[in-house]
Design a protein around this ligand. Structure first.
Ligand SMILES: C[S@@+](CC[C@H](N)C(=O)[O-])C[C@H]1O[C@@H](n2cnc3c(N)ncnc32)[C@H](O)[C@@H]1O
Length: 312
């Protein structure tokens, strides 16, 4: 049995960061990079309390009502929106391009959280999508999306706590076909895993990748400022008794582009693109107030060719 992934969510509790990034997408919808970014589904997955900071952050008048807690929540989701807008554009376009003109591919969302693509991305209309997530988060997602109709041809939920079961078994049980190419979307998850856990997942992905499969992976580059900033943010939230989306789900690994390329190559993938979110945000005319955070976020797109190193 492969080594287990320790994971990043508390047992019995849906991922808070999954809600947080969904709030970010809801803030950005119609406000940021409007020619390239759109996510009208995000707000529909959020509850009334979760929508309050979203609505305040979308208010162009800008001054959040309320005390420190409310302002903290509004500023947090506004900053998150700036990161997720270019990230979503890059991933949507990579997935759409990978699926264009291809019959019989399938898509796997690794750590799907409240990823809205099954309900909004037109490229998925002809595709079977597997949504992989921790059972607690996934149960929450399913109840939030109960009234929505997927645009995906078929949406299959594969609950798996990667601290307890291997990804391979969960996908096999869900009906994933390792003989046909897969587009893997691994967004907003790698930073929450230790390096060995990332490698374990990459091994499972490679073992289920037919030639021509595509990996679209978002990761964070090493940054002392970002690490300290995140730790300080969590501490301030704790001291102020403010609910923090990130306090219980700390970042555990950062990767340079060279390390990411090495990881992917070792597992049989060849990197075709690797862009930083700041460059991308500038290109799509998305806000860049949080330039340092944008600079540390990257999306790599890699194609599976199989290799002796990957054992294929
Ligand atoms: C920051 S969220 C990202 C969600 C989504 N990919 C996005 O970008 O909107 C991290 C996701 O990893 C999932 N995750 C964390 N630990 C896990 C585990 N042990 N097994 C399965 N999924 C896990 C969480 O449930 C959550 O959905």
């Amino acid at each position: 049995m492969p080594p287990r992934v320790r994971g990043a969510v508390k047992s019995g509790q849906a991922s808070r960061t999954a809600i947080f990034v969904c709030q970010g997408r809801a803030v950005a919808d119609g406000r940021m990079a409007v020619d390239r970014f759109s996510d009208p589904v995000a707000a529909r997955l959020l509850g009334p309390e979760e929508l309050k900071p979203v609505e305040a952050a979308r208010d162009d008048a800008g001054t959040a009502q309320g005390g420190g807690r409310e302002r903290w929540a509004v500023e947090s989701v506004r900053a998150c929106a700036e990161i997720v807008a270019p990230r979503t554009v890059m991933i949507d376009e990579a997935v759409t391009s990978a699926l264009a003109g291809q019959d019989g591919m399938q898509v796997v969302l690794l750590g799907a959280g409240l990823d809205t693509r099954p309900w909004r991305l037109p490229a998925l209309e002809t595709v079977k999508v597997f949504s992989v997530d921790h059972p607690d988060t996934q149960a929450d997602t399913r109840s939030r999306a109960a009234d929505l109709t997927p645009v995906a041809r078929e949406l299959v939920f594969a609950p798996v706590d990667l601290t307890r079961e291997p990804l391979d078994t969960a996908l096999e049980t869900a009906g994933h076909d390792r003989a046909i190419p897969t587009v893997w979307i691994w967004e907003g998850v790698v930073p929450y895993l230790r390096k060995a856990e990332v490698a374990t997942t990459a091994t499972a992905v490679a073992a289920r990748s037919a030639t021509g499969s595509v990996m679209v992976v978002n990761y964070q580059t090493p940054s002392l400022t970002a690490t300290l900033g995140r730790a300080a943010g969590s501490l301030v939230a704790r001291l102020g008794r403010v609910e923090s989306a990130t306090a219980d789900e700390p970042w555990r690994s950062a990767w340079t582009p060279a390390q990411t390329a090495e990881l992917l190559t070792t597992h049989g993938f060849t990197v075709e693109q690797d862009v930083d979110l700041l460059d991308l945000a500038r290109r799509i005319d998305s806000p860049t107030k949080h330039g340092r955070s944008l600079r540390n976020g990257r999306v790599a797109v890699a194609r599976f060719i199989g290799s002796a190193r990957a054992g294929r």
